[in-house]
Design a protein around this ligand. Structure first.
Ligand code: COA
Length: 249
């Protein structure tokens, strides 16, 4: 298990915490792999009835690691653990609660479209600067965001890269509850315990019905990934990654 992902079980709730604070929880391939493993193991464990995805107080997740983007652009290498993570996330049978403190960037925001209940800090911000990196939206967000918040708001978020505040994200249907930063984890855990106390088989049926067309979601993840792989190697994208990594503060 990567040290950058910390998995703890609290009764029937599994907490999967991104823990790379020095990089604002930017996700590397080993981190995706560790999160996937933690979800898969929970799937096979009847004692776990709900999952919490959490980060740190100032940063839930700064998105995919841009250094890895550049490496795979240069080597032509695939990023297999990202795709595997996205599919396991979309296909995951246990309810998912997110505890979002601070920044949620890129996949830090798009993973929330697969969560069942999202708790955000008052200072949380949601941004998907895909186009600024000459990339496209992933995680089936190109399908789920317009469905969830309407095309106009989805375009502003996913394409124009305009941030949403916690209040705007709640209004857009991504966030359920906004609390003080210090209370995010406890509030998310409480919601997860509430969900975990529901009759599990009935919950699974209800949840499957509510989540609808999983095939469509998986197909969209694959379609996005095919474009993403090509775009990652473009001159525009490489220039954007290099500029980010070379920036001066
Ligand atoms: N990939 C790689 N490194 C990242 C990163 C990412 N996605 N996000 C942050 N980091 C690194 C920074 O390079 C910095 O590293 P350093 O201290 O070695 O220079 C460290 O994390 C802290 O980030 P910093 O930029 O100093 O913090 P900030 O609070 O000023 O800004 C962000 C935070 C998230 C707004 C800013 O780092 C950012 O824009 N990151 C890129 C987000 C992104 O585009 N993600 C991909 C979306 S597809």
């Amino acid at each position: 298990m990567s040290d950058s992902i910390v998995v703890t079980d609290d009764g029937a709730v599994r907490i999967i915490r991104m823990n790379r604070p020095e990089k604002k929880n930017a996700l590397t391939q080993p981190m995706y792999a560790a999160m996937t493993r933690a979800m898969r193991e929970a799937e096979a464990n009847a004692a776990i009835r709900c999952l919490v995805l959490a980060g740190g107080p100032g940063a839930f997740c700064a998105g995919a690691d841009i250094g890895e983007f550049l490496e795979s652009a240069q080597s032509g290498g695939l990023r297999p653990h990202t795709l595997e993570f996205l599919k396991v996330l979309a296909n995951n049978q246990k309810p998912l609660v997110a505890a979002v403190g601070g920044l949620a960037v890129g996949i830090g925001t798009t993973m929330l479209f697969h969560c069942d209940h999202v708790v955000a800090a008052t200072d949380a911000t949601f941004t998907t600067p895909f186009l600024k990196l000459a990339l496209i939206p992933e995680a089936a967000s190109s399908l789920l965001a317009p469905m969830r918040m309407g095309y106009a708001r989805a375009f502003s978020l996913l394409i124009m890269g305009r941030p949403l505040t916690a209040a705007e994200a709640k209004d857009a249907g991504i966030v359920n509850t906004i609390v003080d930063s210090a209370d995010v984890d406890a509030t998310a855990l409480k919601a997860a315990q509430e969900i975990a106390a529901l009759p599990p088989k009935t919950l699974a049926v209800a949840r499957t019905l509510m989540r609808g067309h999983l095939d469509e979601v998986i197909n969209q993840i694959d379609a996005e990934a095919a474009h993403f792989r090509d775009l990652l190697k473009s001159d525009e994208a490489r220039a954007a990654f290099t500029a980010f990594l070379a920036r001066r503060k």
